[in-house]
Design a protein around this ligand. Structure first.
Ligand SMILES: COc1nc(N)nc2c1ncn2[C@H]1C[C@H](O)[C@@H](COP(=O)(O)OP(=O)(O)OP(=O)(O)O)O1
Length: 218
């Protein structure tokens, strides 16, 4: 089972990790040690964290998710890829669809991996920092937006993983992270183990192309 999953993950993992894939190795090791499938299928998402300075304070825009995965939690803006999209295209489209905003500047800063103890699903989330917006965000069918001072982020009402990586993101770091969720993922919202690895300074500021970034389980 584990060998099959490894082969399948390798075949599917067409979007290279920013680093040498040490986190994938650890995830595979966890599968072997626990006998719980950790890389059954890989699904890619984008997530955009929007910043502004308002009345002298640095602020982060979060949206209250109104439906679907992560409903009831504050998060950045993003989602799944449409056919043929690059990572950047997906991030820009999702941000505009969910908030009405188009940024002047957006840079890729992190890649997050999520595993769940009760499923073989591996989620890979490409995180951007965006800045420079003409208007105010609008409420959409998916998100109700609100600006938060960066020293008043509502971590208790967010995905548990945010407590581990968002402070580092706010500090301007670039990294790759792995967050291993307890069974019940969305409902229990508890990270059992995590790792955050800084990206080497030589890492390009844009993600690799994602031409074949459509990964479906066999
Ligand atoms: C599991 O932990 C997560 N933590 C954080 N911080 N963010 C997460 C986690 N899991 C997913 N996300 C992000 C990734 C995406 O930005 C959204 C989920 O996107 P969604 O499923 O809503 O995708 P859409 O294409 O927008 O969905 P629709 O089909 O409803 O349009 O959350």
């Amino acid at each position: 089972m584990a060998a099959y999953a490894d082969a399948r993950a390798a075949a599917n993992s067409v979007l290279p990790l920013a680093t040498d894939a040490p986190l994938y190795d650890k995830i595979r090791r966890r599968t072997r040690e626990d006998g719980v499938e950790a890389i059954g299928s890989i699904k890619d998402y984008t997530l955009v964290e929007c910043f502004r300075t308002h009345e002298g304070k640095r602020q982060l825009l979060l949206g209250m998710k109104k439906r679907g995965f992560g409903v009831g939690k504050w998060n950045g803006f993003g989602g799944k890829f449409d056919a043929g999209e690059t990572v950047r295209d997906c991030a820009l489209r999702e941000l505009e669809e969910e908030s009405g905003l188009v940024p002047e500047r957006m840079e890729w800063r992190a890649q997050l991996l999520f595993t769940f103890r009760d499923s073989g699903k591996l989620m890979r989330v490409h995180v951007f920092a965006a800045e420079g917006f003409a208007g105010e965000p609008v409420e959409t069918e998916e998100m109700a937006p609100r600006w938060f001072d960066v020293d008043a982020i509502p971590y208790a009402e967010m995905w548990h993983d945010d407590t581990f990586w968002l402070p580092r993101f706010l500090a301007g770091e670039r990294f790759e992270g792995w967050f291993d969720y307890a069974a019940g993922g969305e409902a229990t919202n508890r990270v059992l183990a995590h790792e955050v690895v800084p990206l080497p300074s030589s890492t390009p500021l844009k993600p690799p192309r994602a031409d074949r970034n459509f990964i479906s389980p066999p």
